[in-house]
Design a protein around this ligand. Structure first.
Ligand code: UFG
Length: 336
């Protein structure tokens, strides 16, 4: 399938991997990014990986004129919206900033799309919209009870999409609820590259493995889980990126709106992840158990069946693959 797609936040972790998968699938890609949480050399790396020039507009989704200029410069078939703030803890401390970037930014984008007559959008949502599990794995029709400002922002955007479509049936959308992304591209040219001390487990373990951080702090080993540590559904970022290709195919090919989990359907604990990373890097990694992190859930994982039935989406990469590609990427990054 072909088509020209705008990726907001396309220089970021998930955006950059999606760019590669889209180009491989035959799409033309244009990136819009403000580089607040991505490095500019990602674009050069994407050019090496795709073997073609990558058009990138340095702009912010809060800048309405800049959005209009980008839509005037290209004829898009669809937009994939990644741009936004994503640290759950930070969102608790900065709810206004989070609302502004994540909700006002998205509403600006939808307005610019409408003015330009582009009415297909894939939206990066999150498993945290579900909140405390009533059943596991989470099905897409699980009650939505977000517990952080970040998760609440995502739900506001999901609802806005539903309302926009109800008002004007020319719109179609794909809402993709991500579980926990991990790993890097097998080329080791792109991967997760947090500016500060990471909040998330995988990039934190990676920095312990490279020696940039002394020791993993395991947030609680007294949960009601097999080894007492938190359980999540980790999904390889390349699989996650492929989910966007499938979602776009359904939107562009059939104008069929959808809400799907991008998950593996399997949960692994913090200690499972640590052990897998030790296998990848070939050394023991130090850790200490500390208290639970405020707001953490014990365990959750997603039901992948709707993504399989609707998008033909299945994950193909396992935990060892996530850790091996992450280790290759961070080792290379540290030495470059
Ligand atoms: N954990 C540690 N030590 C750390 C970091 C995390 O023990 O240094 C534990 C957590 O307590 C949890 C597990 O590792 O049990 C995973 O934590 P993450 O911070 O990596 O991920 P979360 O599940 O809290 O949230 C992440 C993203 C959200 C996203 C969600 C989707 O931060 O943006 O996954 O499932 F929405």
């Amino acid at each position: 399938m072909s088509g020209r797609v705008l990726l907001t936040g396309g220089a970021g972790y998930i955006g950059s991997h999606t760019c590669v998968e889209l180009v491989e699938a035959g799409f033309e890609v244009v990136i819009l990014d403000n580089f607040s949480n991505a490095r500019r050399d990602v674009i050069d790396r994407l050019e090496v990986l795709t073997g073609a020039p990558v058009i990138c507009h340095e702009a912010d989704v809060l800048d309405r004129d800049a959005l209009d200029r980008v839509f005037a410069a290209h004829d898009f078939d669809a937009v994939v919206h990644f741009a936004g703030k994503k640290a759950v803890g930070e969102s608790v401390a900065q709810p206004l900033d989070y609302f502004h970037t994540n909700c006002t930014g998205f509403s600006n984008l939808l307005q610019a799309m409408d003015r330009a007559g582009v009415r297909r959008v894939v939206f990066s949502s999150t498993a945290t919209v579900y909140g405390k599990p009533e059943v596991l794995p989470y099905p897409e029709d699980h009650p939505l009870r977000p517990e952080s400002p970040y998760a609440a922002n995502k739900l506001v955007c999901e609802n806005l999409l539903r309302q926009v479509k109800a008002a004007d049936d020319r719109w179609s959308y794909g809402i993709l609820r991500y579980f926990n992304p991990a790993g890097a591209h097998p080329s080791a040219l792109i991967g997760e590259d947090p500016n500060d001390i990471p909040n998330n487990l995988m990039p934190y373990i990676a920095k312990v493995a490279t020696g940039e951080l002394p020791c993993l702090r395991v947030f609680g080993d007294d949960y009601d889980t097999p080894d007492g540590t938190g359980v999540r559904d980790y999904i390889h970022v390349v699989d996650l990126a492929r989910g966007h290709v499938q979602s776009l195919k359904l939107l562009i090919g059939q104008d069929q709106s959808h809400i799907v989990n991008l998950s593996t359907g399997q949960g692994f604990s913090v200690l499972d992840m640590l052990r897998a990373y030790e296998r990848a890097c070939g050394k023991e990694l130090p850790y200490e158990v500390v208290g639970r992190r405020a707001g953490d859930l014990a365990a959750f994982w997603g039901d992948p069946s709707r993504a399989r039935d609707l998008l033909g989406f299945e994950t193909t990469r396992d935990l060892d693959d996530m850790c091996a590609t992450s280790w290759a990427w961070v080792s290379r990054r540290k030495n470059s």
